[in-house]
Design a protein around this ligand. Structure first.
Ligand code: PMP
Length: 363
């Protein structure tokens, strides 16, 4: 295979509960997983019902064009059908963008400490990564605009960002979009958008109208609670979606996932409940970090990045001790943050169990 494929470091996901149970001799039922920014409420009931109803037709192929799901997105976001690309998770959208717009040897710009899949998608196609130094653990958009070169074809921005949880105010994104050359596609990855407080929300759909080079990506994996079903979507003008739709797999979103996504997108009560629970869990975790004198990055997502020591072995060490106590969180050494752990916000009792274990480990 090509050298650039051999050079890829595999994606490191959250450790599965069953694996931790076996490795550490623990009871699966007692293990707490706060490692993958999942919704601690699980899937909404409305989506479960819809999914089960769709099961009767599982002998048939899914609707390759996702008619009902697109209709739901059209109603919710007020966009035309040809602005939408459905994805097998939003990861699919990110990868499709790299495949559609970048040739081997051309460059892709993204920020230090931003989502791991940007690097993977860039490397998988033999493109060159231009990684721009973070500012206060978040995106430095003026520096990213300056970093764009003649061969740059794509920029990835996550707002809020994973794994740091930082947020870019709308005015900064607008200024960035106005500066970026029109032949560079900007992917604005809004995986955690639904957790933003109302006063921080902004109208990225209006930007799509204004900028034919903007692709906004969304997911059903976080606030909507459907991570295991793999549904995401991209919104952009047809100059972009037409290419994404040509190269995507024809049946990239399965029929049960499509049905569940329709129900979840219409379930505003569940969304509100998830955001509320998340806001309370954020207070619970950060108050404990304050009390323990631990530094953390102010987060706008459903997770918090916390510094658990001042040596570069701290993250791995504390992570291992937490695993022994049945608590799975995410070490972020692979992101260049070896002194930190990323904690997904769970149910109140899960957060409490994590805090108790962390206190025991650090005392
Ligand atoms: N973007 C960001 C910033 C993420 O954190 C994640 C999930 N870790 C994704 C995209 C992809 O999520 P999914 O493929 O489940 O939609």
């Amino acid at each position: 295979g090509p050298d650039y494929v051999r050079a890829i470091a595999p994606y490191q996901g959250g450790k599965p509960i069953a694996e931790v149970a076996r490795e550490f001799g623990l009871d699966e039922a007692k293990i707490i997983k706060l490692a993958s920014n999942e919704n601690p409420l699980g899937m909404p009931d409305s989506a479960k019902q819809a999914m089960l109803a769709a099961m009767g037709d599982i002998g048939r192929y899914p609707d390759s064009n996702g008619f009902d799901l697109k209709q739901t997105i059209i109603n919710k976001y007020k966009v035309p059908a040809d602005w939408i690309t459905l994805g097998n998770g939003s990861n699919d959208i990110l990868e499709l963008a790299a495949h559609a717009f970048v040739q081997p040897g051309q460059s892709v710009v993204y920020a230090q400490y931003s989502f791991a899949v940007y690097a993977l998608a860039t490397q998988a196609i033999g493109a060159r990564a231009i990684v721009v130094a973070a500012k206060d653990y978040g995106h430095d958009l003026p520096a990213m605009a300056k970093a764009i070169t003649a061969d740059t074809r794509l920029v990835f921005i996550a707002n809020p960002n994973n794994p740091t949880g930082t947020f870019i105010p709308a005015a900064e994104i607008e200024a960035f979009l106005a500066k970026v050359p029109q032949d560079v596609v900007v992917v604005l990855d809004e995986a955690y958008n639904e957790y933003l407080a109302p006063e921080l929300q902004y109208d990225s759909i209006a930007w799509v109208q204004q900028y034919p080079n903007l692709l906004v990506s969304r997911t059903l994996s976080k606030a909507y609670g459907l991570a295991g079903l793999r549904v995401g979507f991209g919104i952009a003008q047809p100059v972009i979606t037409d290419l994404l739709n040509r190269i995507r797999q024809p049946f990239n979103v399965n029929s049960m996932a499509q049905a569940a996504a329709v129900a979840a997108l219409n379930d505003s009560a569940f969304l509100q409940k998830s955001a509320q629970l998340n806001a309370e869990g954020y207070q619970q975790l950060t108050q404990a970090f304050d009390a323990m004198d631990l530094e953390y990055v102010k987060s706008y997502g459903n997770f918090v990045l916390v510094r658990v020591g001042s040596d570069d072995a701290a993250g791995a060490r504390v992570n291992l001790e937490l695993l022994k106590r049945g608590v799975i969180v995410r070490p972020v050494g692979n992101y260049g943050l070896p002194q930190w752990l990323r904690i997904s916000i769970g149910l109140p009792q899960e957060n409490a169990a994590f805090i108790k274990a962390l206190k025991a480990v650090l005392s």
